[in-house]
Design a protein around this ligand. Structure first.
Ligand SMILES: [Zn+2]
Ligand SMILES: [Zn+2]
Length: 199
């Protein structure tokens, strides 16, 4: 996978950050099942830079997925002649779509069970700290976004230039990181080792 990167710089000092949009999937065991979630970026006050951090969806967001997912399946259960036909033609076995549906419902129930058990705040994926500040970039013109909710320690503002293409493309493998229910990484590999090759 080859993805463009963007550059974020500080108006008050030399601070610079390159965002490479590395695809990362976070996985957490919950009982015999595995919940899946993703990362976002935030300022890590311990690393003192922008880092990948856990994105923990709210229960409402998960519930929304669930409702969206359930909507197409509101047909009434097979009874009478439809049940009879189903028994004749499929020997009473569940159809492929029934199997897919129950697998998806199971998966969503796993996500909800994980979210209910996940009380700890998001962790930095590099150092494990929870002292994080979300950065919300607001677009100010065609080419520039500014983090209005955040000040760098030097007093400057972080600016993201949309047309400031560093001219580098990075190739990333989709990466899976196993996490525990508290938000601690279960592997201790370096976050930087999976940059395969700049081209
Ligand atoms: Zn600065
Ligand atoms: Zn950190």
């Amino acid at each position: 996978m080859s993805i463009d990167s963007i550059r974020i710089h500080c108006t008050g000092c030399e601070y610079e950050y390159l965002e490479h949009f590395q695809p990362i999937t976070l996985k957490c065991k919950i009982g015999d099942e595995v919940a899946t979630y993703y990362r976002t970026t935030a300022w890590c006050n311990q690393c003192d830079t922008i880092r990948y951090v856990e994105h923990i969806p709210t229960l409402d967001e998960l519930q929304e997925d669930y409702d969206e997912f359930k909507a197409p399946f509101t047909e009434p259960p097979a009874t009478g002649i439809r049940k009879f036909i189903s028994l004749i033609f499929r020997g009473g076995r569940p159809s492929a779509s029934d199997v897919r549906r129950s697998e998806s419902i199971k998966k969503l129930n796993t996500q909800i069970a994980w979210r209910q058990a996940r009380i700890a705040p998001p962790h930095c994926l590099t150092c494990g700290a929870t002292d994080l500040t979300p950065i919300d970039f607001e677009q100010v013109d065609e080419h520039t976004s500014i983090a209005k909710n955040f000040r760098h320690s030097c007093g400057g503002q972080l600016v993201r230039d949309h047309n400031d293409d560093p001219g580098i493309r990075f190739h990333f493998r989709d990466r899976t990181i196993w996490m525990d229910i508290e938000g601690n990484r279960l592997d201790d590999s370096e976050m930087k080792t999976d940059r395969i090759m700049p081209s």
